[in-house]
Design a protein around this ligand. Structure first.
Ligand SMILES: [Zn+2]
Length: 277
């Protein structure tokens, strides 16, 4: 397949997994529609994904993926046209041109598409890979090893004292010596959860994909708000609730201090994704 002309720096916002929450009480508890917001970045070196959402292995209902109870609660569409590989192909790209995948964390709704890009280097924070590969009993339903059974080329990142906008950070990728994709540890939702900052082309500032640091887009606003069902769900899912709340406060401060040059969004809020439609 001959791909479209790649436009270095171009960034696409993909929904790689619509979910339809089972219990919303007419949306008083939580919004029904939840998305899996991923990024596709065109670089001269190749294509880069931030998270993968669900992939073809999920669509094919391969064994060892999401648990039955997760499927019942989240009710993912598992539509091949929503997978990252399906969307890349629809855009005219060759999926083999995906050279790099940067993960916010390794929950099943973020890594389901890894197997669709076996050639890619997968950049992940070390504490997260350790959690996913050595899960506690409580973590076993969120980390599904079938999703990386193909043996990705991991590139394990560790804190090396970098800084990004006052946060501790780890440069995942740079272009000509300039950081352009940066992992920002925001632990709490999982042991090694990170946000991912991607530099926009020109002087347009940064996109900040905050992963699952928050679920309701209004949590990053000032004053914050959160649908009650999402607040409970996040508390139940967090490995460290206090740490998550402290990081969320810092993300809120970042957003209000940089309204013009840093665009903050999370993985699952449809309202955030729709801003980029
Ligand atoms: Zn998630």
């Amino acid at each position: 397949m001959s791909g479209p002309d790649r436009r270095p720096g171009a960034i696409h916002h993909l929904n790689c997994g619509t979910m339809s929450l089972a219990v919303t009480f007419g949306e008083r508890l939580a919004p029904r529609r939840i998305v899996a917001h991923c990024l596709l970045v065109e670089r001269s070196e190749g294509l880069l994904l931030v998270d993968t959402g669900f992939g073809m292995g999920d669509v094919r209902r391969e064994p060892g993926r999401m648990t039955y109870s997760s499927r019942q609660l989240l009710r993912p569409a598992l539509d091949p046209a929503e997978t990252a590989i399906g969307q890349l192909r629809a855009m005219g790209h060759d999926p083999r041109d995906v050279t790099d995948i940067v993960l916010t964390h390794m929950d099943f709704d973020h890594v389901g598409g890894l197997g669709d890009f076996p050639q890619a280097t997968v950049h992940v924070f070390g504490a997260e890979l350790d959690a996913a590969t050595h899960p506690t009993l409580r973590e076993r339903s969120r980390y599904r090893k079938a999703m990386w059974a193909h043996g990705p080329k991991w590139r394990v990142l560790a804190d090396a004292g970098d800084q990004w906008e006052g946060f501790g950070a780890v440069t995942a990728l740079d272009t000509n010596g300039a950081d352009d994709v940066v992992l920002v540890p925001l632990h709490g939702h999982t042991r090694g959860h990170c946000g991912v900052a991607v530099r926009r082309p020109g002087d347009a500032g940064w996109l900040f994909h905050a992963g699952d640091a928050f679920f309701d887009h209004r949590e990053a606003h000032d004053p914050p708000a959160c649908a009650p069902g999402l607040a409970i769900f996040q508390r139940l899912m967090a490995v460290d609730h206090g740490q998550r709340m402290r990081n969320l406060e810092r993300v809120r401060e970042l957003r209000s201090a940089h309204t013009g040059d840093i665009d903050v969004f999370c993985a699952h809020a449809a309202a955030d994704l729709d801003r980029f439609a």
